[in-house]
Design a protein around this ligand. Sequence first.
Ligand code: XMP
Length: 519
Amino acid sequence: MSIAPDGASRDHPVLVVDFGAQYAQLIARRVREAHIYSEIVPHSISADEIADRQPGAVIFSGGPKSVHVEGSPRIDPDVYRLGIPILGICYGAQLIAAQLGGEVSRTGVGEYGRTAMSVSHPGTLFSPDEDTERPVWMSHFDSISTPPDGFVVTASTPQAPVAALENPDQRIFGVQFHPEVAHTPGGQAVLERFLYRGAGLAPSWTTESFIDEAVAAIRAQIGDGRAVCGLSGGVDSAVAAALVHRAVGHQLTCVFVDTGLMRQDEGQQVIDAFRRSQGIELIAVDAADRFFDALVGVIDPEEKRKIIGELFIRIFEEAANQVDGAAYLVQGTLYPDVIESGSDSAAKIKSHHNVGGIPEEMDFELVEPLRDLFKDEVRAVGHELGLPDEIVWRHPFPGPGLGVRVIGEVTPDKAALLAKADAIVRAEITAAGLEREIWQAFAVLPDIRTVGVMGDERTYGQVVVIRAVTSEDAMTADWARLPYELLEKMSSRIINEVDGINRVAYDITSKPPGTIEWE
Ligand code: XMP
C-alpha cells in the first residue's frame, strides 16, 4: 500500500498509538510542533483500520507494562506489512523488537532518568555533526538485547545495548529513550528526522492552513443557518467564536453572561474585544444579582458549582432564544477534552461547569471547530485571528469563577474584594514576565479573619491566599517557585490597596494532593 508523501494534512495524519503511557499526548504535540498533523489512537486499532486512515506514519508510545507480561498491550502485527513508516518509543520499540523476532530481556536492572547515550552510527535518526555521546531521558526496566533481522543498532547506553535501532528499507525505527520529553535535549530533532527523513513527510500543518480548512468546514456545516456561541472570556470559546465569525460573519451571535463572579474588568474586556474590535454580534447579560441571590447561605462547594452551572444555562437559554432560528451552538471543545471523554473512568473530584455546555432540552447542532487542537495551537490561531494578547494568553478560569475562590458563602462584597486582590496578583505576574511560564496565578479568599497592626492600630481583617502553579495540562501541577521579591510586592500591594485585607499567604501545595482551585 502506498501513502501520499505529503502526509502533513489531516487526510494523512501521523497516528500515535497509545500503549497506556502518560506520554502519548506529549508525543502527539511534539509531532504537531514539527508542523505535521497527528492524532492519538488506542492500541486495539486493527491494521485494516490503520490502513483506512492512510497515515503518513505511525508512532508507538511507551507504556507501563513489560512485553513479557501476559495481557500486555500489543498491536495487530499486520501493521508491519502495510509499508507505513513506524517509530517505536520505549515500550513501543521493545514491542517492535519482540513482534519482529528480536529479543527483549529482563536484565534485572532498570534505567531511569538522565543517561549518557553513545551513538555508534548516525543512521536516519541522528546527525553526524553531533557528539557521539549525548544525554537522553530513559525510563525502562526491560531492554532489547537482540534486534530483529534486517535491523541495525545505532546507539547504546550502559544498560541498553540497543538504545536505537532501524530498518531503513522497511522504514521501521525504534528508540529506547524518550525523545518527546524536554529532558532529552536533542529529542525534537530525533522526532523530526524520523518524520522528515525516515517517513518523507513535509511540514505543512500550520496555523494558516488550519484556519483555511476550518473556515471552509464551518461554512459547509452552517450554510446560511444561524449560530450562537457562549463566551466565557476564556481563550477557547473566544477563539472558537472568532473562527466561526470569520467563516459566517453576522450569522453568528455571541452570548456573554456576566455572573458577577468574573475577573476584574473581564466583562468589559470581552465586550470591547468582540463587539468593538471584531464586530461580532454580542448579547451581553448582566446577571450578577441573580447569581448572588441564588448563592445566599450556600457554603458547600459542590452545591455552589451546581447552582452556578444551572443558573448559567438558564440565562444562556433565555439569551439564545432571542436569536431567531439559531440551529447551531458553537463550543470551544479541545482535543484533550475529546480524548479524555473517550476514557472516562476517573473518579469525579469536582463537577465541572463549562461555559457553553449544552442545555439538554435545547435542540442545537454542535459546531466544534477546535476539537482537533491542543491549547498551544488554539492560542496560535487566536493570535492569527487578531484577538488581543490579554485574551489569547489568559490563564484558565473555572466556569463557576470567583464563586469557587471565595470559600464559604459568596457575597458581592467578598467577590469585589477578591477581584481586586486577584487583579494585583495577575498584574504582577505579567509585569515580571512570567505570564506564559505560569499555568495559573490567582487569589483566593479563605474567608477567615486574623489580627494585625497597621500604623498603631489593631486590625481584624481578611486573609488573601496567593495560588500560582506550573502545569502541562492541569491534571497534575506544582506550586510555582515565585521569586520572594515578587511575592513581597504582591503582598504589600494587596494590603495597601485592598481595604479590609491585613494578611497574605502563599499556597505551597502541589496537585496531587491538592487541586489547583480551592473548591
Ligand atoms: P482543579 O481545581 O480540579 O482544576 O485542579 C483543574 C483545572 O480546571 C479548571 N477548572 C474548571 N474549568 N469549569 C472549567 O471550565 C470548571 O467548573 C472548573 N473547575 C476548575 C481550573 O481552573 C484548573 O485550570
